[in-house]
Design a protein around this ligand. Structure first.
Ligand code: OX2
Length: 822
């Protein structure tokens, strides 16, 4: 059997049996000739790798055809720059997109291997922290599915996001090691290797000519992975950079016996792609982080400029053929680096270089939290990137001049790319904003708040620049693959074509009152809950009943996301059940999962509290059948795929105005969970689509939060006015949940009493009442399933295909491939 299939998979229709036979021999060939294993000796991981390699061949066929087509037609291409791509596992999704799930399952079965089982040993590619990184991964798949030619650029971290363990209720971090047994999906591209300079000096070499001589140079080497879209029609490329030393070994030092010095350069260079920073929406004030940002930005821009030049022979038309999207400010240096390439290497004059740069780059903002807005000390940028600092000053001077001429009363200090108040720092968001033709927020509320708050002055200077593209999620991974039961039901009710056109789920809405549909839905959810219950028992040692309400909050642990509000309300509920054990409480299991940044003490204390509360509640016989609390360790993409289809209630309870969008909220709603949430981020748009009766909203609005912050009510007054709260806080602060260390949570509670910045206390009562509305809805199960149907039926709009369609049309000006070629 020929190893290299010569046609694109999805376009070819084999008889099912032929296809299974073909796959079997492809797998065996890989096992024998790529892994050197006989079937009888093969371990589970060998079968997995053989399966991946066989699948990859099919992906390559699609990939090469896509690449050839986009070169042949010279179509505009998107370059998506992101410091994070939170991919998770790839085998199941790739098979499904290629239409090979069934034949591969059969082929493996005939070889004596259980495919779903070996799929679970594929390591998660965790090259991201949370929503921002997962969004990038969803968009790579959606661009492949809608035929938008694209390359995603990032860093190939040796170690992705840390593994979280829970020991004695506390988070511990262990290094992640996804590459330890190599990555069978990727291809090293030795020819795509670029020099990245740091430090050194800048000298004039003629009128308008500048030469930067870096003091230190490292290599960036490309590793490519195909990302196949739905039905294997198209593919995008994920190109990740690895840092290599120019001189991996100093023989001189080695021969003198200096073993450490001999590899010092190598260690310093390779540190750049060693580990992902475990911060979610807070910047890391570390030189290494800035080196990472410049490293991947420069490699990506050199690469795309080089490719463009090779294809078109000139950079004059760069903006016509390339759209560069900055995923947050981490790649903001792209503005200065593209200017440098155009000015210093391609000899454009400033005006032309600026015109090209601005017409090519656009920027997505993901947060307004002031502590999360990235800035770098001017002195550091000057030392590490002297030429870029000059260019940034040049951009700033021209920009401020132009504003001053147009509006003499403009607030130049807040517009400036340099913050002069905090020891002179470069404002990366201002740099990205000024360098971009379009800047977008990620939900309607967030984009409006951008105009009113952080970017108010810049918005006045460029009133057309800010736009909104509400986030989206890929329905392939988050519905079709994660929830096959629900998918089958949707295909029966709305037609097979829902898989191709998620918009068809709308028809599901007409069946909200259909008892048979409701029963099916209940059975599907029960199965999903059973699967999760097994994992809960394994990982937490807690037995949970799949009949009870699964109330779920899974996301990074952060004060603004308010896991603390959830656990405090859980304590109030626990107290209430204990004092009235015979009332008909809606039995629940509270499911938590999420990582805290390793240096974020308060978030870690909240994790500790959840586990301490769990230990008390789960061992209390009075509440045994009514309430359980579990914290699942090591939250990641794979765990989310297991939990989301099993959720009845989705907790989206951030302080209004603080969660830019959220994307977990969309995944839950599409899978039919009911949202309990604040009017924040994309919750608002979910509510608009599913209807006010099908979502449980509580709490202060963003406007009210704004007012509450300006005139804070003393916590003591809020506590006095809120039933149950005082008792809950006293119990936590007094050690009721930490008997071995009574003041473990004294500080956490004191923080709330002193300055309730995230309005946990202010929103407590409203949240508590909302939870009682949930109890009532759950008691009327027919009503619950009605709501669930409405959620699934009206959330197709949150598909990443829709979001990518908006970027393509309004920001990148690239035609979507399938439409363009149809
Ligand atoms: C996250 C935001 O917090 C979240 O609201 C949003 O849904 C996601 O990005 C995707 O847009 N780091 N993570 C985020 O922002 C930053 C910065």
């Amino acid at each position: 059997m020929n190893d290299l299939s010569d046609k694109r998979t999805a376009a070819v229709h084999f008889e099912p049996d032929d296809q299974v036979d073909r796959l079997k021999s492809e797998i065996l060939r890989k096992l024998t000739y790529s892994l050197g294993k006989a079937p009888a000796a093969a371990q589970a991981h060998d079968w997995l790798t053989a399966g991946i390699l066989a699948t990859r061949d099919h992906a390559i066929d699609v990939w090469q055809a896509s690449t050839k087509e986009s070169y042949a037609t010279g179509r505009k291409r998107v370059y998506y720059l992101s410091l994070e791509f939170l991919i998770g596992r790839s085998l199941a999704d790739t098979l499904n997109n290629l239409g090979l799930t069934e034949p591969m399952t059969r082929a493996m079965r005939e070889l004596g291997v259980d495919l779903p089982e070996i799929e679970t040993i594929e390591p998660d590619a965790a090259l991201g922290n949370g929503g921002l990184g997962r969004l990038a991964a969803c968009y790579m798949e959606a661009m492949a599915s809608t035929g938008v030619p694209a390359l995603g650029y990032g860093i190939r971290y040796d170690h992705g996001l840390f593994k979280q363990g829970i020991e004695n209720g506390r988070q511990i971090e262990r290094p992640e090691d996804w590459l330890s047994f190599r990555n069978p999906w990727e291809f090293e591209r030795r020819e795509a290797s670029y020099r990245i300079g740091f430090g050194g000096s800048v000298a004039a070499s003629g009128p308008d000519q500048v030469v930067w001589t870096p003091e230190e140079t490292v290599f960036a080497v490309a590793y490519d992975t195909p990302v196949v879209g739905w039905r294997g029609r198209d593919s995008t490329t994920l190109r990740l950079w690895r840092a290599r030393a120019m001189h991996p070994l100093s023989l001189d030092a080695f021969n003198k016996g200096d073993l450490v010095g001999a590899v010092a350069e190598r260690n310093r260079a390779e540190a750049i792609s060693k580990v992902l920073y475990p911060n979610d929406s807070t910047p890391a004030g570390q030189e290494l982080r800035l080196r990472q940002e410049f490293f991947f930005t420069s490699a990506s821009l050199q690469d795309l400029v080089h490719r463009h030049h090779r294809q078109f022979g000139s950079l004059d038309n760069l903006a016509e053929k390339a759209a560069i999207q900055l995923n947050d400010t981490h790649p903001s240096l792209a503005v200065a680096e593209l200017m440098r390439l155009l000015l210093d290497e391609h000899k454009f004059n400033w005006e032309k270089a600026w015109e090209i740069t601005n017409a090519t780059i656009s920027y997505t903002n993901h947060t307004l939290l002031p502590e999360a807005l990235e800035t770098w000390p001017v002195a550091l940028v000057e030392r590490l990137l002297p030429r870029h600092m000059q260019i940034i000053f040049g951009i700033n001077a021209r920009f401020l001049d132009a504003v001053r001429r147009r509006s003499p009363d403009a607030d130049l200090a807040s517009l400036s790319l340099i913050d002069e108040h905090h020891g002179r720092r470069v404002r990366m968001a201002n740099l990205a904003f000024v360098g971009s033709h379009t800047v977008n927020g990620v939900s309607a509320l967030h984009s409006n708040l951008m105009k009113e708050t952080v970017f108010a002055q810049l918005h006045r200077a460029f009133p057309e620049r800010i736009t909104n593209v509400t986030n989206g999620i890929t329905p392939r991974r988050w519905l079709l693959n994660a929830n096959p039961g629900l998918t089958r039901l949707l295909q029966e009710v709305c037609g097979e074509a829902v898989a191709d056109d998620i918009g068809l789920v709308r028809q599901f809405g007409a069946h909200a009152d259909d008892r048979a549909v409701q029963e099916r839905l209940a059975a599907i959810r029960r199965d999903n809950k059973l699967r999760l219950a097994k994992v809960i028992q394994q990982d937490c040692g807690v037995v949970v009943d799949p009949e009870v309400l699964f109330d779920v909050q899974i996301k990074r642990v952060h004060e603004y996301k308010r896991q603390l509000l959830n656990i405090l309300e859980t304590i109030a509920l626990y107290n209430a059940i204990r004092s009235e054990p015979y009332r008909d409480w809606a039995p629940r299991v509270k499911v938590f999962a999420g990582k805290a940044a390793s240096n974020y003490t308060t978030a870690k204390s909240i994790i500790n509290l959840i586990n301490d509360v769990a230990a008390v509640v789960n061992n209390d016989i009075t509440t045994r059948d009514r309430l359980k609390v579990v914290f699942l360790p090591n939250y990641n993409v794979s765990l989310a795929e297991l939990i989301i289809p099993a959720a009845d209630l989705s907790e989206q309870i951030s302080t209004a105005g603080m969660e830019a969008s959220g994307t977990g909220n969309m995944k839950f709603a599409l899978n039919g969970a009911i949202t309990i949430g604040t009017l924040d981020g994309a919750n608002i748009e979910i509510g608009e689509r599913v209807g006010a009766d099908n979502i449980v909203i509580f709490g202060l609005t963003a406007d009210e939060v704004e007012i509450a912050k300006r005139n804070p009510r003393p916590s003591a007054e809020v506590i006095r006015a809120t039933p149950h709260l005082e008792g809950v806080l006293d119990a936590v602060a007094g050690g009721a949940y930490s008997p071995g260390e009574r003041d473990r949570y004294a500080q956490l509670v004191e923080g709330l009493r002193l300055n309730d910045w995230f309005l946990v206390l202010r929103d407590f009562e409203s949240y508590h009442q909302a939870q009682r509305r949930v109890d009532a809805l759950w008691a009327d199960r027919a009503r619950w399933w009605q709501m669930s149907v409405a959620n699934t039926a009206h959330c197709a709009w949150f598909s990443a295909d829709r979001a990518i369609g908006e970027y393509a049309e309004r920001i990148w000006h690239v035609p979507a491939g399938q439409a363009a070629r149809a």
